[in-house]
Write a protein that binds this ligand. Sequence first.
Ligand code: EPZ
Length: 433
Amino acid sequence: MDAIRIEGGKPLVGEIVIGGAKNAALPLMAAGLLTDEPLTLTNMPELADITTMGNLLRQLGMRIDQSALGAGADIAEAGATGRTMTLRTEKIASVTAPYDLVRRMRASVLVLGPLVARHGEAKVSLPGGCAIGTRPVDLHLKALEALGAKIELKQGYVHATVAKRLKGAQIIFPKITVGGTENVLMAASLAEGETVIENAAREPEITNLAECLNAMGAKITGLGSGTLRVTGVEKLHAARVPVVPDRIETGTYAIAAAITRGSLKLKGTRYDLLKAVFDSMKQAGVEITETPDGIVVSAKNGLKGVDVMTEPFPGFPTDMQAQWMALMATADGASMITETIFENRFMHVPELTRFGADVNVHGTSAIVRGKTKLSGAPVMATDLRASVSLVLAGLAASGETLVNRVYHLDRGYERLEQKLEACGATIERVGGG
Ligand code: EPZ
């Protein structure tokens, strides 16, 4: 198994191009099931999760054609590099998302809404627990039931069926759910009549999906708000849509600049996608400037500890919590980090302490007592964002760090080592970790 070896302690200086968001690209790909016409997605990232989703969608009958990285049209349209992917599902060939794929990538559950809306049937394996929490899909299922789907659970699979068309309904989510909102948006677009989604997730990836569905002929209003209104249509059609920049990749490299007390220009991304994180970084003493094509992040020693609490968008994202903890481990003074989205998302804490970080967990909060110098260590991570927090700590730490289980990183960070190396990091992938 591959590992990443880092020789840390050097300030990063340079420019990094931010790719399209994984968590926007995955639901956009699922939306390709809703029409027999082509859906073209530009600014697509090249990641293991995108390949996994592609494999699942091909099994369901989708044809996927993709252009090379950095195609000219992408740069012109999205201001960034990335692939263009054209998806076409003339016929649904299978309605089953098998356990083996869903287990590996929970976002597979996003095919549920599109399949039942277009084809009247879906059989999707229940994802089971995962490293950051129990992550049930009960809210997806209740919402689809409200739209008229019959839901049965058999042998680990959700079997959703509807005799004719789904019917619009009022859906009030008792808890904000990103994937649940996405599944309902897609299903309601082809339902009969109006659906109102209350307490909808407001993440930029949701807005990207709603814009894509509208470009395909759907009628969705309230984009960016907690109430989405969907007037169902009989058919959706071809569209061409850019994937929004990855705000978590943006934030991760912003922390890379800050934790190494360096200066990075992040190109092809936007401040408003990650305001809560940038505001906290500014409070800590990091300098952040907006430019016409991105953001410049610079830091010097003497950063202060700042408390954060994870919340749904526009709050501080749970997907930035581990990276924030690594940064706070190098700040002067204490900070409290409270996780409110997932119940088990402090798995990086024991690994960060191997660098010498001083972190104590009390229930859903972690107290970090910062110190300026971390020292490199062999470490191992349990999920994508935890892994990258260890890379960040390794970049700041003196001496050698070996991060094991890098396959987690490949799920969500495109060419991570190359991007960091180009800014002065000593980092390489080695076999046998
Ligand atoms: C999305 O997961 C992201 N994944 C996650 O990113 C992200 O951490 C999360 O949203 C929160 O921002 C994708 O977009 C592919 P939720 P999702 O439904 O949709 C509970 C990463 O590292 N819940 O908003 O699965 C759930 O257990 C990943 O890129 C229910 O109880 O998250 C959690 O506590 C990790 N019942 C909370 O809601 C349900 O039916 C929010 O989950 C659904 C969710």
